[in-house]
Every structure is written in C-alpha cells, then in structure tokens.
Design a protein. Structure first.
Length: 267
C-alpha cells in the first residue's frame, strides 16, 4: 500500500495594513526577542539594523484627501528567485552556503558562523531585508543591557549578515514542549513570532499557510490580500491585507507617473 504524502509546514504571516497604526511595537519586540544590538549613535540609518522595518506611505494627494498607511516589512522568506528556481535569490548567490530554504518549514535560515560577509545576499534581496554588521554587538554591562539578552538567540559578530528568522527559536521551543508531551503536531498558537504576539492592534497573524485550519491560511484567500513586489514572482510567505486600492498598487512598486495614471483611471 502506497503511503499518503503529507505536505510539510509552510509558515508565513499576513499583516492587516488597515489595522496597523504605525506604533512600532513590532520592531521593538523583534529587536528585544532576537538580540538585535543598538549602537550608541543611531543617526546613520544606512548602518542601523532593524529586522522588522516600518515604512510610511501616502496616496500622494493634498489635504484633505491625504491618506496614510504604515507598512511593516520583515524578511519575506521567499520560495523562488523569480527565474523559476525553487529557492530565494539570496540562497542562490550565497557562496558560503550560509543561508538556505528549509522545505519542511518554509523558513529561510541564516547561519552566522558560515557567513563570510561578502554581502551578495544583501545585493540580491529585492526587499532589502538583510543587514550587514559593521560593528560588534553593543551590550555594555555597566548600563545593564546584558540583562536584555535572550539566551535562545546567539548575538551576531561583526562582519556577518543577519535578518528576520520568523523567531525560529520559538519553533524549536514549541517542538520541545510538544515532544515532552508526546505530541507530533503543534497547536496554532504554540508557535508565533514576537511581532505577532506584541502587536497591540492584532494586525499580524502568523501560522502554517498549508494548514486550512490556521487563520492565516484563510486570510490570504481574501480578495484584498496581496504580496510585496508580486510582479517579481518570488512568492513571499508574508502577505498583506488592505481594502485600499492605492495601497495594493503602491506595493508593486509602480513608477510615480504610472501610479498617477492608474489613480486617475480608478477615480
């Protein structure tokens, strides 16, 4: 008798932009959970590290017709590179095999001890979701910042690239608990990311996209669901939700003149 094929997990999230208030709690929770270091001088934003970055966009109209939307952007954990290869562009170009797509979870990992700092992955990522460490981690003991560190996540050294991991250590923690309770499957809320847990507006939903019982797999079927730069065909596992037509169009990176024509046609 032939065994039935069971599809693997495919973890992802959907962010409701109509609920997002731009408070930035997700960025703080992400940094605290994953030992993202903060420099004493954060004025140089090209060298600061924010795994969950928050953008502000507008519809380009003058007051009183101005509308504002906030756009949280983690790593997209893509499935393809846009050229038909079943791995993200960052994985394709990594010469040190420091990053790979786990087909059992859908998570794109980053192995810091393998990274040689060539930054090819940073150049290949169309979402600018990877960050290079220009300095060693900054956690001075005199100020008590060493107590801020999580023992489940290794701090990154100077000269390596880092990014959002969908809080992979939380998945390992949930698996260990399930194993101790002699369970093979995780409940929906047992593994969620720090940003999803901390969001006060509950704008972020996380779960298994392959599981029809998970709320995230139901939300992505909405006619208002979309993905960032979808025309690139990288198949991100981060979806967005908005009933505003101009938000969905801007997410696909239309040129200013092209966007204005579309807005006029859509009224």
């Amino acid at each position: 008798m032939k065994e039935k094929h069971v599809p693997g997990k495919r973890y992802g999230m959907i962010i409701d932009l109509d609920k997002c208030t731009g408070c930035g709690t997700c960025t703080i929770a992400c940094a605290a959970e994953n030992n993202v270091s903060v420099r004493s001088d954060e004025s140089d934003k090209e060298r600061s590290i924010t795994w969950m970055e928050l953008f502000k966009i507008t519809n380009g109209k003058e007051f009183p017709h101005t509308e504002v939307c906030y756009f949280p952007r983690p790593c997209m954990h893509c499935e393809e590179d846009g050229r038909g290869h079943h791995q993200p562009s960052c994985v394709s170009v990594c010469v040190a095999t420091a990053t790979k797509l786990d087909h059992n979870t859908g998570i794109v990992s980053q192995v810091y001890t393998r990274c040689i700092g060539c930054r090819y992955c940073q150049a290949a990522c169309p979402y600018k979701a990877r960050y290079f460490n220009w300095w060693d981690a900054y956690f001075p003991k005199g100020k008590g910042l060493e107590r801020y560190l999580s023992p489940e996540v290794s701090p990154r050294m100077r000269g390596v690239v880092e990014k959002c991991t969908f809080c992979h250590h939380r998945l390992m923690r949930a698996k260990n608990l399930a194993y101790a309770e002699e369970r093979r499957e995780l409940e929906e809320d047992e593994y969620i990311t720090a940003c999803a847990e901390a969001c006060p507006a509950q704008a972020i939903t996380f779960g298994d996209l392959n599981n029809p019982k998970h709320r995230v797999s139901q939300l992505i079927k909405s006619p208002y669901a979309f993905r960032l730069l979808e025309r690139l065909n990288t198949k991100p596992k981060v979806y967005y939700l908005s009933n505003k037509d101009w938000v969905r169009k801007l997410a696909d990176n239309y040129l200013p003149g092209e966007f204005e024509k579309i807005m006029k046609l859509s009224g």
